[in-house]
Design a protein around this ligand. Structure first.
Ligand code: CUO
Length: 715
């Protein structure tokens, strides 16, 4: 038996080994050995070497240790698949742990790649579903904080421990929003969105839960139900929210990437460096034109051509126009399949985003993936020939991409492609079916309102404000260990500023006139009411700006039902919890729960930050349309879904780990398609109570709708 003591130059593994994985071992073995070394208590985990060690040379060749791992780079992706497969092939979690330790200690494995592969394996296998994935920003803080913050953290960690009662090195490091731009750049107004640690962390975790190497066949380990559709829907929501924030900041909505000029108007200087690879992330001057990228993220030629990107774009759009996509069959023949059915958008998501394995025809739609290739071209645009040996820009990684304005331009184009497809489908009828409910509208009330009692002016008016949150940086930094193996205990806490709001509740009164209890799905959306010129949005424009606020299933008794829905339990957000994910883990395990209990609370840290649920608004208040639609729960139900928990409860964006997506309707319903009513609706606020109640020949769904004006004020 070999005893590993974990010290390494690799940040991630300290985190995974010392906490999550150790706790897993503790759970499995029922004990953990503590040893004394150098006079300090050190947690030791008795661990054997893996029975056979794989050859890691291929992984190292595909993604060398000393480069920034690029999620979208074809070779790095191959390395990801190889390493993830090594972990997946282990017989049980204990074996995975042994293999992870051995790979972590290998001088060949890229640290970022290791994190991706191991986390992705843990959320793929059913027998590791109970192992919570720590927040990525705690494992790799250098992907989320500028290099001067990391430097300060290093300094602080090496300061001698202050006597108790003195603040000293327990003072948090301020993560300043003004490090990457100035107020002279209008784009900088959106710093609180783009640089938000939890926004970027959500994006990382989403791509870990839905990796580009997910299998296409249902039943295979790691299969993700409606993955392509969720790629469309989750990113669409991010773009709609970003545009809404821009309007609050007197900025026009994002312009989509222009294939004619190939120009990225905004520059980006993120001041990020990777502690593991010792590389600076590339930067970009304003008005950089995309060109062919010869190398990026390593010495090897990558050879990506803009002309290919354009060609694949044309083929995707042509497939949408004709309503059929081309599939390469196993026998080498090509066949056409319809895109205009309910599964069409799921296939289109795979075609647009991804690469071999997911796309139905790699050579026709692009072996690298249209969307992925755009990321790489933008990430390499500052040094496309590699003559300055620059590393890739932040667009190359999913934990950093959302910091860059170029992300929104590119994804706006991606979103446009999906909308072109959705516009080819029959419009939804908003006044169809039989679901006789009568309701009296919706009201939104801030939670403090109950305490302070009646003041009707605060109804439907919510406040946002600046707030701060502390994050634990020490877990991800090697400086907790010295060469002699002594674990330092200095805390290193970072404090970042973010937008926040007081929690609020939605109140609905619904009368069930059907004569029997009903299950209803309540879907709540929100969108800005006015455009950048102060004019009310036309419905066809506003439709694409609606973003989901919540979706809940409720039992309606016969007669009057009063329903209260809390914003803090939104189906799109990550639960807002205090403390680091490691502290929560420790608490969780120390409560001596059974493995089943732990599984129910398993976290994959995927989910929109709760503090950004509401848009910023303006000091004078901004009006939004809040739209609620109630649909028949018996038609929304997904058969054979075991239970509706599993991924931090952010079900709408992250689904249920290894289960079916918990809603039978198209994602984004009813704003994913054009809407049709007999009356002309120019704006959603024209849909007033009582709702349109008619039956027609297209019984696609049954519903009731209502809308309200919601005002957001920034204090
Ligand atoms: Cu999430 Cu482009 O897909 O970043």
């Amino acid at each position: 038996m070999t005893y590993f003591y974990y010290q390494d130059d690799n940040m991630m593994t300290q985190a995974l080994n010392s906490d999550t994985m150790r706790q897993t071992v503790k759970m499995m073995r029922g004990q953990m050995t503590r040893a004394k070394e150098g006079g300090m208590n050190i947690n030791m985990v008795p661990m054997e070497m893996p029975s056979s060690m794989p050859n890691l040379r291929l992984v190292a060749e595909l993604c060398p240790k000393n480069v920034n791992f690029c999620y979208f780079h074809p070779k790095h992706r191959q390395a990801f698949v190889v390493l993830k497969t090594i972990f997946e092939k282990q017989r049980n979690p204990d074996e995975i742990f042994k293999m992870a330790c051995a790979c972590r200690d290998s001088p060949m494995i890229n640290a970022q790649l290791f994190v991706y592969a191991l986390c992705s394996c843990l959320v793929t296998r059913r027998d590791t579903r109970h192992i919570p994935i720590p927040n990525h920003f705690e494992i790799m803080p250098d992907n989320y904080c500028t290099s001067d913050v990391v430097r300060q953290a290093n300094k602080m960690a090496h300061m001698p421990e202050m006597p108790s009662g003195m603040a000293g090195n327990k003072m948090p490091i301020l993560i300043d929003q003004n490090l990457v731009g100035r107020g002279t750049d209008p784009e900088h107004r959106l710093w609180y969105f783009r640089e938000d640690i939890l926004v970027n962390s959500h994006h990382f975790h989403w791509h870990i839960v839905f990796p580009i190497c997910s299998p296409r066949t249902e039943g295979q380990p790691g299969y993700r139900d409606r993955r392509g559709e969720l790629f469309y829907y989750m990113h669409h929501a991010m773009i709609a929210r970003y545009d809404t924030e821009r309007l609050c900041n007197s900025l026009p909505r994002t312009k989509m990437f222009d294939f004619n000029s190939l120009m990225i108007e905004e520059g980006y200087f993120g001041k990020l460096s990777s502690e593991n690879s010792s590389k600076q992330w590339g930067t970009r001057q304003p008005f950089t034109k995309l060109s062919n990228v010869q190398t990026v993220g390593g010495p090897d030629a990558i050879g990506i051509r803009v002309e290919e990107l354009t060609r694949w774009r044309d083929r995707i759009l042509e497939s949408i126009d004709i309503g059929y996509y081309v599939k390469l069959e196993a026998n080498g023949t090509e066949k056409r399949y319809p895109l205009k059915d309910l599964k069409g958008v799921d296939v289109l998501g795979d075609i647009v985003e991804s690469a071999s394995g997911l796309t139905p025809h790699p050579s026709y739609y692009g072996p690298i993936g249209f969307h992925n290739m755009g990321h790489v071209l933008i990430a390499g645009s500052h040094d496309p020939t590699g003559k300055f040996r620059e590393d890739l820009g932040v667009m190359g990684d999913v934990s950093t991409a959302m910091r860059d304005s170029a992300f929104y331009r590119w994804h706006k184009y991606i979103d446009h492609i999906f909308d072109v497809h959705k516009r080819t489908l029959d419009p939804y009828q908003l006044n169809e079916g039989e679901f006789p409910l009568v309701w009296q509208g919706i009201e939104v009330v801030p939670q403090s309102f109950y305490v302070k009692a009646a003041n009707t002016s605060t109804r439907n008016a919510l406040k946002t404000f600046w707030d701060t949150k502390e994050v634990d940086l020490a877990r991800g930094l090697d400086f907790r260990r010295s060469g002699a193996g002594v674990m330092k205990t200095n805390p290193v806490v970072g404090m970042f500023t973010h937008l926040n709001h007081a929690p609020f509740d939605y109140f609905l009164k619904i009368a069930n006139k059907t004569g029997k209890p009903q299950t209803a799905t309540i879907r709540i959306f929100m969108a800005p009411r006015e455009d950048e010129n102060g004019e009310k949005f036309m419905m066809h424009e506003q439709r694409t700006l609606f973003f989901e606020m919540d979706k809940v299933s409720k039992q309606l008794q016969v007669g009057e039902n009063e329903i209260r829905i809390s914003s803090s339990e939104s189906s799109v957000t990550l639960r807002d919890e205090n403390g680091s994910s490691f502290q929560r883990l420790e608490k969780l395990f120390s409560q001596a729960r059974t493995q089943t209990d732990v599984a129910q609370e398993a976290q994959c840290n995927c989910g929109w930050p709760q503090h950004l649920l509401l848009p910023r608004g303006t000091p004078g208040g901004t009006d939004y349309d809040l739209f609620v639609i109630v649909t028949d729960g018996s038609k929304d139900r997904v058969p054979n879904l075991e239970r509706k928990t599993g991924c931090n409860s952010a079900l709408s964006f992250c689904g249920v780990l290894n289960e079916k997506y918990p809603d039978a309707r198209p994602m984004g319903y009813p704003f994913d398609r054009n809407l049709y009513t007999r009356e002309v609706i120019t704006s959603i606020s024209d849909l007033t109570d009582p709702c349109l109640v008619e039956s027609n020949q297209v019984p696609v769904s049954t519903m009731r709708t209502t809308s309200a004006t919601l005002k957001t004020l920034q204090s």
